[in-house]
Design a protein around this ligand. Structure first.
Ligand code: MN
Length: 313
Protein backbone atom coordinates (compact mmCIF):
# COMPACT_ATOMS: atom_id res chain seq x y z
CA UNK A 1 0.00 0.00 0.00
CA UNK A 2 1.01 3.59 -0.66
CA UNK A 3 -0.15 5.13 2.61
CA UNK A 4 -0.68 8.87 3.02
CA UNK A 5 -1.81 11.39 5.57
CA UNK A 6 -4.13 13.80 3.79
CA UNK A 7 -6.71 16.48 4.33
CA UNK A 8 -9.83 17.23 2.35
CA UNK A 9 -10.61 20.94 2.61
CA UNK A 10 -10.16 22.06 6.18
CA UNK A 11 -10.90 18.66 7.69
CA UNK A 12 -8.67 16.89 10.20
CA UNK A 13 -5.87 14.80 8.69
CA UNK A 14 -7.01 11.34 7.55
CA UNK A 15 -5.26 8.05 6.86
CA UNK A 16 -5.40 7.24 3.17
CA UNK A 17 -3.96 4.96 0.51
CA UNK A 18 -3.09 6.18 -2.95
CA UNK A 19 -4.29 4.11 -5.91
CA UNK A 20 -3.84 5.68 -9.34
CA UNK A 21 -5.90 8.90 -9.38
CA UNK A 22 -7.67 8.22 -6.09
CA UNK A 23 -6.87 8.50 -2.42
CA UNK A 24 -8.89 5.93 -0.50
CA UNK A 25 -10.14 6.89 2.97
CA UNK A 26 -9.25 3.78 4.99
CA UNK A 27 -11.42 4.65 8.01
CA UNK A 28 -14.47 5.34 5.82
CA UNK A 29 -13.90 2.06 3.97
CA UNK A 30 -13.51 0.07 7.20
CA UNK A 31 -16.71 1.67 8.53
CA UNK A 32 -18.47 0.82 5.27
CA UNK A 33 -17.43 -2.82 5.63
CA UNK A 34 -18.61 -2.88 9.26
CA UNK A 35 -21.96 -1.44 8.21
CA UNK A 36 -22.33 -4.07 5.45
CA UNK A 37 -21.71 -6.72 8.09
CA UNK A 38 -24.40 -5.28 10.33
CA UNK A 39 -22.16 -3.91 13.06
CA UNK A 40 -23.96 -1.47 15.37
CA UNK A 41 -20.98 0.83 15.84
CA UNK A 42 -18.90 1.64 12.79
CA UNK A 43 -17.19 5.04 13.37
CA UNK A 44 -13.79 4.60 11.78
CA UNK A 45 -14.31 0.83 11.56
CA UNK A 46 -11.42 0.35 13.99
CA UNK A 47 -8.86 2.18 11.82
CA UNK A 48 -6.70 4.45 14.06
CA UNK A 49 -7.04 8.18 13.46
CA UNK A 50 -3.45 8.74 12.37
CA UNK A 51 -0.85 6.83 10.38
CA UNK A 52 1.50 6.90 13.40
CA UNK A 53 -1.19 5.22 15.53
CA UNK A 54 -1.82 2.73 12.74
CA UNK A 55 1.88 1.80 12.80
CA UNK A 56 1.81 1.62 16.60
CA UNK A 57 -1.27 -0.62 16.32
CA UNK A 58 0.93 -3.41 14.94
CA UNK A 59 -0.15 -6.36 12.81
CA UNK A 60 -3.80 -6.11 13.85
CA UNK A 61 -4.17 -2.48 12.75
CA UNK A 62 -2.28 -3.16 9.53
CA UNK A 63 -4.53 -6.14 8.74
CA UNK A 64 -7.59 -3.94 9.23
CA UNK A 65 -6.10 -1.26 6.97
CA UNK A 66 -5.37 -3.88 4.29
CA UNK A 67 -8.91 -5.20 4.47
CA UNK A 68 -10.32 -1.67 4.09
CA UNK A 69 -7.90 -1.07 1.21
CA UNK A 70 -9.05 -4.26 -0.53
CA UNK A 71 -12.68 -3.13 -0.18
CA UNK A 72 -11.76 0.23 -1.74
CA UNK A 73 -9.80 -1.37 -4.58
CA UNK A 74 -12.75 -3.60 -5.41
CA UNK A 75 -15.13 -0.62 -5.58
CA UNK A 76 -12.61 1.31 -7.70
CA UNK A 77 -12.27 -1.58 -10.10
CA UNK A 78 -16.00 -2.24 -10.33
CA UNK A 79 -17.46 1.28 -10.27
CA UNK A 80 -14.58 3.75 -10.79
CA UNK A 81 -13.28 6.81 -8.95
CA UNK A 82 -16.62 8.68 -9.11
CA UNK A 83 -18.38 5.97 -7.12
CA UNK A 84 -15.68 6.13 -4.45
CA UNK A 85 -16.06 9.90 -4.22
CA UNK A 86 -19.88 9.83 -4.24
CA UNK A 87 -19.94 7.29 -1.42
CA UNK A 88 -17.43 9.45 0.51
CA UNK A 89 -14.93 6.59 0.60
CA UNK A 90 -12.10 8.64 -0.85
CA UNK A 91 -11.14 11.68 -2.91
CA UNK A 92 -9.59 12.28 -6.33
CA UNK A 93 -5.80 12.53 -5.77
CA UNK A 94 -5.87 16.18 -6.86
CA UNK A 95 -8.37 17.07 -4.09
CA UNK A 96 -6.44 15.51 -1.22
CA UNK A 97 -3.81 17.81 0.30
CA UNK A 98 -0.92 15.68 1.51
CA UNK A 99 0.71 16.06 4.90
CA UNK A 100 3.95 14.29 5.76
CA UNK A 101 3.00 10.61 6.27
CA UNK A 102 3.97 11.12 9.92
CA UNK A 103 3.45 14.89 10.36
CA UNK A 104 5.06 14.93 13.82
CA UNK A 105 7.24 11.91 14.66
CA UNK A 106 7.08 10.88 18.33
CA UNK A 107 10.79 11.55 18.72
CA UNK A 108 13.77 12.85 16.79
CA UNK A 109 14.36 11.72 13.21
CA UNK A 110 17.43 9.47 13.30
CA UNK A 111 19.90 10.16 10.50
CA UNK A 112 22.98 8.59 8.96
CA UNK A 113 25.88 10.87 8.07
CA UNK A 114 28.32 10.08 5.25
CA UNK A 115 26.63 6.85 4.20
CA UNK A 116 27.61 7.05 0.53
CA UNK A 117 31.34 6.85 -0.25
CA UNK A 118 31.19 9.47 -3.03
CA UNK A 119 29.39 11.90 -0.70
CA UNK A 120 31.93 11.40 2.12
CA UNK A 121 34.71 12.03 -0.45
CA UNK A 122 33.15 15.23 -1.81
CA UNK A 123 32.93 16.51 1.79
CA UNK A 124 36.65 15.72 2.27
CA UNK A 125 36.02 12.82 4.63
CA UNK A 126 37.01 9.16 4.54
CA UNK A 127 34.32 6.50 4.42
CA UNK A 128 33.45 5.84 8.09
CA UNK A 129 34.24 2.44 9.65
CA UNK A 130 31.01 2.49 11.64
CA UNK A 131 27.66 4.15 10.92
CA UNK A 132 27.59 7.86 11.90
CA UNK A 133 24.30 8.84 13.58
CA UNK A 134 22.82 12.23 14.35
CA UNK A 135 19.25 13.47 14.74
CA UNK A 136 16.83 16.18 13.65
CA UNK A 137 14.12 17.54 15.95
CA UNK A 138 10.64 16.13 15.12
CA UNK A 139 9.28 19.69 14.76
CA UNK A 140 11.46 20.18 11.65
CA UNK A 141 9.21 17.85 9.61
CA UNK A 142 7.10 19.50 6.90
CA UNK A 143 4.70 18.24 4.23
CA UNK A 144 5.21 17.59 0.53
CA UNK A 145 4.70 20.95 -1.16
CA UNK A 146 5.36 22.88 2.06
CA UNK A 147 7.68 25.86 2.07
CA UNK A 148 11.21 25.48 3.40
CA UNK A 149 12.40 28.69 5.06
CA UNK A 150 15.81 30.11 4.18
CA UNK A 151 16.37 31.34 7.75
CA UNK A 152 18.39 34.47 8.45
CA UNK A 153 20.59 32.28 10.69
CA UNK A 154 22.26 30.65 7.66
CA UNK A 155 23.98 31.76 4.48
CA UNK A 156 24.61 28.19 3.29
CA UNK A 157 21.36 26.24 2.97
CA UNK A 158 21.69 22.86 1.24
CA UNK A 159 19.56 19.88 0.14
CA UNK A 160 20.08 16.13 0.72
CA UNK A 161 17.78 13.51 -0.81
CA UNK A 162 17.56 10.33 1.26
CA UNK A 163 15.63 7.08 1.55
CA UNK A 164 13.75 7.15 4.87
CA UNK A 165 12.90 3.99 6.77
CA UNK A 166 9.93 3.83 9.16
CA UNK A 167 10.18 1.24 11.94
CA UNK A 168 7.25 -1.13 12.59
CA UNK A 169 7.59 -2.96 15.88
CA UNK A 170 9.49 -1.99 19.05
CA UNK A 171 12.77 -3.88 19.40
CA UNK A 172 16.37 -3.62 20.50
CA UNK A 173 19.50 -5.65 19.71
CA UNK A 174 17.99 -6.55 16.34
CA UNK A 175 20.18 -9.04 14.43
CA UNK A 176 21.10 -7.73 10.99
CA UNK A 177 19.46 -10.68 9.24
CA UNK A 178 16.13 -9.83 10.92
CA UNK A 179 16.38 -6.04 10.58
CA UNK A 180 14.25 -5.61 7.43
CA UNK A 181 11.40 -7.51 9.12
CA UNK A 182 11.23 -4.57 11.57
CA UNK A 183 10.58 -2.05 8.78
CA UNK A 184 6.98 -0.85 8.39
CA UNK A 185 7.71 1.03 5.20
CA UNK A 186 9.74 3.53 3.22
CA UNK A 187 9.39 7.17 2.27
CA UNK A 188 11.57 10.05 1.03
CA UNK A 189 13.24 12.68 3.19
CA UNK A 190 15.06 15.87 2.20
CA UNK A 191 17.63 16.45 4.97
CA UNK A 192 17.87 20.21 4.43
CA UNK A 193 21.05 21.43 6.10
CA UNK A 194 22.58 24.78 7.11
CA UNK A 195 26.23 24.03 6.22
CA UNK A 196 27.71 27.05 8.00
CA UNK A 197 25.93 26.10 11.24
CA UNK A 198 26.84 22.44 10.79
CA UNK A 199 30.53 23.47 10.66
CA UNK A 200 30.43 26.23 13.28
CA UNK A 201 28.89 24.17 16.08
CA UNK A 202 30.87 20.93 15.72
CA UNK A 203 28.00 18.60 16.60
CA UNK A 204 25.61 18.53 13.60
CA UNK A 205 22.32 18.95 15.46
CA UNK A 206 22.19 22.75 15.16
CA UNK A 207 22.81 22.89 11.41
CA UNK A 208 20.34 20.05 10.79
CA UNK A 209 17.42 21.17 12.94
CA UNK A 210 16.23 24.56 11.71
CA UNK A 211 12.43 24.86 11.44
CA UNK A 212 10.93 23.41 8.20
CA UNK A 213 14.21 21.67 7.26
CA UNK A 214 12.84 18.12 7.08
CA UNK A 215 10.40 17.63 4.19
CA UNK A 216 9.01 14.06 4.41
CA UNK A 217 6.79 12.10 2.00
CA UNK A 218 4.87 12.08 -0.27
CA UNK A 219 3.78 8.51 0.54
CA UNK A 220 4.78 5.76 2.95
CA UNK A 221 5.19 2.59 0.88
CA UNK A 222 4.67 -0.55 2.97
CA UNK A 223 7.71 -2.81 3.19
CA UNK A 224 6.08 -5.69 1.26
CA UNK A 225 6.26 -3.52 -1.90
CA UNK A 226 10.00 -2.88 -1.48
CA UNK A 227 11.48 -6.22 -0.45
CA UNK A 228 15.04 -4.96 -1.04
CA UNK A 229 15.68 -1.28 -0.18
CA UNK A 230 19.12 -1.38 -1.84
CA UNK A 231 17.62 -1.48 -5.34
CA UNK A 232 16.32 2.07 -5.75
CA UNK A 233 17.44 5.01 -7.90
CA UNK A 234 17.74 8.20 -5.82
CA UNK A 235 17.81 11.69 -7.34
CA UNK A 236 17.37 15.35 -6.51
CA UNK A 237 16.60 18.21 -8.87
CA UNK A 238 16.71 21.95 -8.25
CA UNK A 239 14.60 23.99 -10.68
CA UNK A 240 14.56 20.93 -12.94
CA UNK A 241 18.35 20.50 -13.01
CA UNK A 242 19.61 17.15 -11.69
CA UNK A 243 21.99 17.76 -8.78
CA UNK A 244 22.10 14.32 -7.18
CA UNK A 245 21.75 11.03 -9.02
CA UNK A 246 22.74 7.74 -7.43
CA UNK A 247 21.39 4.39 -6.30
CA UNK A 248 20.70 2.95 -2.84
CA UNK A 249 22.99 0.00 -3.68
CA UNK A 250 25.85 2.48 -3.14
CA UNK A 251 25.19 2.94 0.59
CA UNK A 252 28.23 2.14 2.74
CA UNK A 253 26.00 0.69 5.47
CA UNK A 254 22.87 -0.86 3.97
CA UNK A 255 19.50 -0.35 5.65
CA UNK A 256 19.64 -3.63 7.60
CA UNK A 257 23.01 -2.70 9.11
CA UNK A 258 21.88 0.87 9.94
CA UNK A 259 18.94 -0.58 11.88
CA UNK A 260 20.89 -3.38 13.57
CA UNK A 261 23.68 -1.11 14.82
CA UNK A 262 21.32 1.67 15.94
CA UNK A 263 19.28 -0.87 17.91
CA UNK A 264 22.26 -2.16 19.91
CA UNK A 265 21.28 -1.44 23.51
CA UNK A 266 18.71 1.08 22.21
CA UNK A 267 15.02 0.30 21.73
CA UNK A 268 13.63 1.39 18.40
CA UNK A 269 9.93 2.25 18.52
CA UNK A 270 7.10 1.94 16.00
CA UNK A 271 7.00 5.09 13.88
CA UNK A 272 10.69 5.91 14.33
CA UNK A 273 12.08 7.46 11.15
CA UNK A 274 15.63 6.72 10.00
CA UNK A 275 17.10 8.85 7.19
CA UNK A 276 19.72 6.65 5.56
CA UNK A 277 22.15 9.26 4.21
CA UNK A 278 22.57 11.21 1.01
CA UNK A 279 24.63 10.52 -2.12
CA UNK A 280 27.07 12.95 -3.77
CA UNK A 281 26.09 16.19 -5.47
CA UNK A 282 25.21 18.40 -2.49
CA UNK A 283 25.48 22.17 -2.91
CA UNK A 284 28.34 22.45 -0.42
CA UNK A 285 30.50 20.41 -2.82
CA UNK A 286 29.39 21.96 -6.11
CA UNK A 287 28.97 25.56 -4.88
CA UNK A 288 25.29 25.47 -5.90
CA UNK A 289 23.67 26.16 -2.54
CA UNK A 290 19.96 26.86 -2.19
CA UNK A 291 18.50 30.28 -2.94
CA UNK A 292 15.10 31.76 -2.17
CA UNK A 293 12.70 30.66 -4.91
CA UNK A 294 14.45 27.36 -5.67
CA UNK A 295 12.18 24.35 -6.24
CA UNK A 296 13.61 21.10 -4.88
CA UNK A 297 12.40 17.71 -6.08
CA UNK A 298 13.70 14.76 -4.09
CA UNK A 299 12.86 11.42 -5.66
CA UNK A 300 13.31 7.78 -4.75
CA UNK A 301 12.29 5.04 -7.17
CA UNK A 302 9.03 3.21 -6.30
CA UNK A 303 8.14 5.89 -3.74
CA UNK A 304 7.73 9.19 -5.56
CA UNK A 305 8.70 12.85 -5.76
CA UNK A 306 8.91 15.09 -2.70
CA UNK A 307 8.75 18.70 -3.96
CA UNK A 308 9.37 21.76 -1.79
CA UNK A 309 10.11 25.40 -2.46
CA UNK A 310 12.65 27.58 -0.64
CA UNK A 311 11.17 30.84 0.64
CA UNK A 312 12.43 33.95 2.42
CA UNK A 313 11.96 34.07 6.22
MN1 MN B 1 21.69 13.72 5.54
Amino acid sequence: MRLVTYRKGSSRPRVGAQVGEAVLDLAALAADLARERGAVRHGRGGVPKSLLELIQGGVEALALAREAFGHGEAILKRDGVNAVVERKLGVPAAKGRLEAPIPRPARNVFCLGRNYKEHAAERGAAAPEHPVYFTKAPETVVAPGARVIHHAATKELDYEVELAVVIGAAAKDIPREQALAHVFGYTVVNDVTARDLQKRHGQWFKGKSLDTCCPLGPVLVTADEIPDPQTLAITLRVNGETRQSSHTSRMIFPVDECIAVLSQGFTLLPGDVIATGTPEGVGAATGKLLKVGDKMEAEVEKIGVLANKVVAP
